[in-house]
Ligand binder design. Structure first.
Ligand code: PEP
Length: 250
């Protein structure tokens, strides 16, 4: 059985005060639930603060990005090992905002995936098609390439101890989530692609859905066989809403 995982991606939001308020509220709500793993990915500058606040909590810590290098003359970057020192467990790689706005291609994303694993952390590979690609019937092609790039770099067992998040670009921040049936079709495809490399990793792999998940639509998504949780943007900034989502995963 795969343990559901619900992760919050805070993107570029927060202040010292709001991070403290949100985490304190979430810790109270998370204490009431068992059987679902909860994680938050604050902006990097708040990771140390979050680590201190979450020390006695079951909420795991994630990061939104890393550099592929471990150290050196790379001004402004942060390495996976550094995040590991702050108790970070998960690192997002290949989020569509980084692919689009920071020009991260499949190859760079695969290198980041590899760097996260090399540091002993868990990569959360974000994949998904744009609206135009969906309209052209290219969803499977696009996602197939995104997965293949990682396999090419990390080998057949790449998805051991990793997470994949299916995030259709058209659903992110749009208020229009994929229907549970459509999400399931893509999740099933992703698992089959991974199974073609290594059936055991495919069976254990948690595949999250992301894109306009709210407390009101989460349960229907989580009822699908291959939806093992959610990656949540906007709704993760509100403790009440986010807890509604992780409670729906029970
Ligand atoms: C995201 O950016 O990862 C995301 C899923 O955003 P939202 O939930 O706001 O659509």
């Amino acid at each position: 059985m795969r343990r559901p995982l619900v992760m919050g991606n805070w993107k570029l939001h927060g202040s010292k005060a709001s991070v403290e308020k949100l985490l304190v509220e979430l810790m109270v709500k998370a204490n009431e639930v068992e059987g679902v793993e909860i994680a938050v990915c604050p902006p990097l500058v708040f990771v140390g603060q979050a680590e201190r606040l979450l020390r006695y909590s079951q909420i795991a810590l994630g990061a939104q990005n890393i550099d592929v290098n471990r150290q050196g003359a790379f001004t402004g970057e942060v390495a996976a090992d550094m995040l590991g020192e702050f108790g970070v467990r998960y690192v997002l790689v290949g989020h569509s905002e980084r692919r689009a706005m920071h020009h991260e291609n499949d190859d760079l994303v695969a290198r980041k995936f590899e760097a996260v694993k090399a540091a002993g952390l868990i990569p959360v590979l974000c994949v998904g098609e744009t609206q135009a690609e969906r309209n052209n019937g290219e969803t499977k092609d696009v996602i197939g390439h995104q997965l293949q790039a990682v396999v090419k770099r990390c080998g057949r067992k790449a998805f051991d101890n990793a997470v994949v998040a299916y995030e259709p670009v058209w659903a992110i921040g749009s208020g229009q989530a994929a229907s549970p049936v459509d999400a399931q079709k893509v999740h099933e495809f992703i698992r089959a692609q991974v199974a073609a490399q290594d059936p055991a990793s495919a069976q254990a792999l948690r595949i999250l859905y992301g894109g306009s998940v709210k407390a009101s639509n989460a349960q229907a998504l989580f009822m699908m066989d291959d939806v093992d949780g959610a990656l949540v943007g906007g709704a993760s900034l509100d403790a009440q809403e986010f807890s509604g989502i992780f409670n729906a995963a029970l």
